[in-house]
Design a protein around this ligand. Structure first.
Ligand code: GTP
Ligand code: SPV
Ligand code: MN
Length: 601
């Protein structure tokens, strides 16, 4: 290999999961020739390799070791302050035609984009190590599982990928040496972490991703949003399955009857928290278990939808996490966790806004500056994250490794809406549910750069993640419905409705069990409901509120359909569909008319 010296680093016996596939070897050779790394490190995902990489990262200040007694085997990473969230404006879907990417994606012509990226990558890894990360998405024995390779010049990426995916030999074995095998090619280089050169480019037709100029999770852990959702959704359409921005949870009654639900909420709108819900005392004997907290891949089996979680860990929002709000998350991140952009206390512990107990008298904030409770700045970045293995979760579902996945009884769509949208309602049928998902909206959050708190339409919570034309995506959902003989019921929820005082009306978190219970009752055909123009609504007595201190006025407000607000909402649905330039399927336009007609009755 031209100008690439044989690997003297890593030491013998560490990092050697070289594939038999000539296609992978050729690709690695091509990228190494272009980027000119000092050496190539084939990652095997072993414990020994991980220890070696952590030791190197500590030496280079990529990681800070946390107090071993307080948070065993855990570390803190501080990113560049200009690189703390996904960048939707620099994210591209490079299909052969603009039409292929559709009206909701930034499009860039593939030929020109490859040329531009090759220019940026030329010599980009000079003096650096090039890591090759083989990984699979999904349980090792699942038919839905897919292979990916990520090339990166960031140790932080490798350390995260080891937690977030199943890495190493397992991927090399699954791929084998079939030259036509399907696998994802991901190339990542930090370059100089300059926002001017930051771009995250997807080539669905080539099953390829190139990401440059960032070190932030969602931009660089190419397995996650880039492969499992953007490329994944494209593959899902051509192959007849679904790749969705959804948590998957199991809910078991005291009698042992179990249901699984999948729920799509936009970024930082409550997926991880819902997936780890602990039922309140009143629900004695009920158990909620986590299959996944961010992404669901779903296939049709026996006329039903079955879901797997393609990931192996959680990349979760830290601020607001406490023993009060989410004890399972707190236990999950108490050890073997990689923290990004939280505050460091003087005794080597981590701290963030919303953690239990009083704030520390002094800390180092996420930027590395001194911080005290009197400081105006936040100690932790609002999009600070934890990366933790799913096996740390005390509520992990026993069927998380099941190859066929878990059968889905209900699909839930939820956004962050201060008004208009009630706590919970049920769609009239599959197509109405697709309309509900397609028109959902949410206030923007710190998970992506840009304004926070702005209401925007975010169909199925996939606006930033659908790797092809959104009109075709809607049609794909409608088509899937036609193939299901036992479709899941579809619901809308909103944990974030506010009262006149600007406070949340609903306590949320564990109390969301009450809403989940109604959803399960509906699936069991035992739950009562009233028909409204937007679908089935629970009556006040259909939701079990025992043991909850919440006055009746709040519940009335939470379930209220304000016709004036909904008239505005219908106009916004129409504006949104119109803005898509004629790609919306006829069946959804029909749903829109029927909804308006129900309001007019
Ligand atoms: P991503 O990882 O970005 O996809 O986010 P997510 O959808 O998993 O959201 P997460 O569960 O991490 O929650 C994001 C924020 O919403 C946190 O600050 C939570 O504290 C808050 N949150 C989650 N659930 C609730 C709820 O039921 N009620 C209220 N009021 N806030 C919630
Ligand atoms: C999201 O933004 O939806 C996340 C975090 O789950 S990231 O992986 O950064 O996209
Ligand atoms: Mn997410």
């Amino acid at each position: 290999m031209q100008n690439v010296v044989p690997a003297i680093f890593p030491p013998a016996g560490v990092g050697d999961a070289r594939p038999a596939s000539q296609a992978v070897l050729d690709w690695v050779h091509e990228i190494a020739t272009l980027t000119q790394p000092e050496n190539i490190f084939w990652c095997d995902g072993s414990k020994r390799e991980n220890e070696f990489l952590i030791a190197e990262s500590l030496k280079q200040n990529v990681l800070i070791k946390l107090n071993e007694k307080k948070v065993p085997r855990s570390h803190l990473h501080r990113s560049d302050p200009n690189d703390v969230a996904r960048v939707e404006q620099f994210t591209f879907v490079c299909t052969p035609t603009k039409q292929g990417a559709g009206p909701t994606n930034n499009w860039s012509e593939p030929g020109e984009t490859y040329t531009k990226l090759r220019g940026l990558l030329k010599g980009a890894m000079h003096g650096r190590t090039m890591f090759v990360v083989p990984y699979i998405m999904g349980p090792p024995d699942s038919p839905l599982t897919k292979v990916g390779f990520e090339i990166t010049d960031s140790k932080y990426v490798v350390l995260n990928m080891r937690i977030m995916t199943r890495m190493g030999e397992v991927a090399v074995k699954r791929l084998g040496n079939d030259p036509n095998a399907e696998w994802n090619r991901g190339v990542h280089s930090l370059l100089d972490v300059s926002p001017e050169r930051r771009s995250i480019c997807h080539f669905p037709q080539d099953n390829a991703i190139i990401s440059v100029g960032s070190g932030y999770g969602g931009n660089v852990l190419l397995s996650k949003k880039c492969f499992a959702l953007r490329i994944g959704s494209y593959l899902a359409r051509t192959q007849g399955w679904l790749a969705e921005h959804m948590l998957i949870l199991g809910v078991e009654s005291p009698e042992g009857k179990k249901h699984y639900v999948a729920a799509a909420f936009p970024s930082a709108c409550g997926k991880t928290n819902f997936a780890m819900l602990i039922p309140p005392a009143h629900f004695k004997g009920w158990k909620v278990t986590t299959v996944g907290d961010d992404i669901a891949w779903m296939q049709i089996r026996d006329g039903r939808l079955y879901a797997i979680n393609p990931e192996n860990g959680y990349f979760g929002v830290v601020p607001g996490t406490s023993y009060q709000s989410n004890p399972n998350a707190m236990r999950s991140i108490a050890h073997d966790t990689l923290y990004t952009n939280v505050a460091l206390t003087d005794d080597g512990d981590v701290w963030w806004e919303g953690k239990d107990g009083p704030p520390p008298a002094h800390a180092i904030d996420w930027r590395g500056n001194d911080w005290t409770p009197a400081s105006k700045e936040r100690a932790a970045h609002p999009n600070s994250r934890f990366t933790t293995p799913m096996r740390n979760n005390p509520a992990l579902d026993p069927d998380v490794e099941k190859g066929e996945g878990v059968p889905i009884s209900a699909i839930i769509f939820g956004g962050r809406r201060s008004d208009t949208v009630p706590l919970v309602y049920e769609a009239l049928d599959w197509n109405h549910g697709v309309y509900l998902g397609a028109t959902m909206a949410s206030e923007t959050t710190a998970a992506a750069t840009g304004a926070v708190g702005k209401v925007r339409r975010d169909p199925m919570a996939m606006l930033p993640f659908c790797g092809y034309n959104i009109g075709d995506y809607f049609q794909h959902w409608l088509d899937i419905g036609k193939r299901l003989t036992r479709p899941p019921r579809i619901f809308g929820v909103n944990w974030f409705r506010k009262g006149a005082d600007g406070k949340f009306l609903w306590p949320g978190f564990g109390e969301n069990m009450r809403v989940l219970k109604w959803i399960i009752d509906r699936c069991e055909e035992t739950g009562g409901a009233l028909k409204s123009p937007i679908g089935w609504l629970p009556g006040i007595h259909d939701i079990d509120l025992a043991g909850l201190e919440l006055d009746h006025k709040c519940i009335d407000e939470l379930l209220e359909i304000d016709h004036e607000q909904w008239q505005k909402e219908l106009v916004e649905h129409k504006t949104f569909f119109d803005s898509l330039g004629g790609v919306v399927p006829e069946e959804l336009l029909e749903q829109s008319k029927e909804l308006a007609a129900r309001f007019a009755q």
